[in-house]
Structure formats: structure tokens, C-alpha cells
Write a protein of this length. Structure first.
Length: 200
């Protein structure tokens, strides 16, 4: 399985992303600027795609497949549909519910079979969650890693849960109330540039 092992803060600087979007409460003091270098139209489009892939932890092939799926959806634009599909990934929802400090940790929580959807164990981070689905942490994980989740909630307690989700942090569960709109997705990505890149 391909993984991005590059230093996170360095990658954030190069892409112009605040580490907080990844759930990392750190800030680099160093500036990353290419003085006087003009970026081409293709370069701008590629950067937006790299941003989206990096924030959500998706590699090229799954990202391309997701874009193809977004294009085929009957409602909405391809760009907005892509952002919605990225938000509906199970690892992202675990992160959004505050059950993980970072998206990487959320992926680990899912990989370790700590999550159930509607009572059924799911260990696929890329699983697309649907409206009405109930996501819970398994009883086994609560008992075995209870302190871990207490530590996580201490960090994520003040983090706002998006309006399209309903979180019950006391019982370590949540529900997808509705599909997220683009206005509700606080990710600094210009999805129209990604659409332009794939349309070439």
C-alpha cells in the first residue's frame, strides 16, 4: 500500500496549507516561497489536486476513480461531487466526529477494526458512508483502548463538528444526517482547477 512518508509540515509549506486542516496543532516558523517564479496554469491545477490528495490521504489511482464517479453523478457539478465523496470517506468522518486527532489516526482507527457502521464492522478507510448511517466505536475498542479515546477527546473536544453530522462523543458514536454542501466543507481547495486538469 502506497504511503506518503514525506515530512508533514514541509509538505504543508510547499502546498500552502495550514497544518490544522490535517488536525495537527503545530506551525512551522520557516517560510516556503519561490520568489519571482511564475506558476503556469497547469502548475496551479496540479497543486490543487495535490492539496486535496494530501489533506484526505488519497493516492493517485483512488483519487482518479473518485473523480470519474463524481462526473457520473446525476446531480451537482463534478468538482462539488468530488469534494462530497472525499468528505464521505469513513476515515474522514471519524476525524470530523472528533474520534481521531488527525486523518492518519482516523485511518488507523478504522484499519484496526475499531469501527462499526449500522452494527457491522468495517475496516476500509475509503468506505463511502451514506446518509442515515450510524458510526460507532466497537465495545472491544472502548474496553481495550478506552484511555486512548479519552486522550483523543481531550484534544478534539473543542473542535466543531460539521452541521451535516451528529456526534455523541460520550458514547463514541455519530450519525450522518445529510450530504455535506460545498459551503460546509472547510477545505482550502479550488475543485474547479482539478476538474480543468482532468478535462484535458
Amino acid at each position: 500500500m502506497a504511503r506518503d512518508m514525506s515530512p508533514v509540515l514541509k509538505k504543508c509549506r510547499s502546498l500552502g496549507i495550514e497544518p490544522q486542516y490535517l488536525g495537527i496543532d503545530k506551525k512551522s516558523n520557516r517560510n516556503f516561497a519561490r520568489a519571482g517564479k511564475k506558476v503556469s496554469e497547469y502548475g496551479l491545477q496540479l497543486k490543487e489536486k495535490q492539496k486535496a490528495k494530501f489533506i484526505y490521504g488519497v493516492t493517485e489511482k483512488p483519487f482518479r476513480n473518485m473523480f470519474a464517479k463524481a462526473e457520473k453523478m446525476r446531480t451537482g457539478t463534478a468538482g462539488e461531487n468530488l469534494m462530497t465523496l472525499l468528505e464521505l470517506r469513513l476515515d474522514n468522518i471519524i476525524f470530523r466526529l472528533g474520534l481521531a486527532r488527525t486523518r492518519k489516526e482516523a485511518r488507523q482507527v478504522v484499519d484496526h477494526k475499531c469501527v462499526r457502521i449500522n452494527g457491522k464492522c468495517v475496516n476500509i478507510p475509503s468506505y463511502t458512508v451514506k446518509v442515515g448511517d450510524v458510526i460507532t466505536v466497537t465495545d472491544k475498542a472502548k474496553n481495550k483502548a478506552g484511555q486512548r479515546f479519552k486522550d483523543i477527546l481531550e484534544v478534539t473536544g473543542g473542535r466543531a463538528v460539521p452541521a451535516w453530522l451528529e456526534a455523541d462523543k460520550e458514547n463514541l458514536c455519530g450519525t450522518v444526517k445529510e450530504l455535506p454542501t460545498r459551503e460546509q466543507i472547510d477545505v482550502p481547495v479550488n475543485e474547479m482547477l482539478i476538474v480543468e486538469l482532468y478535462s484535458k
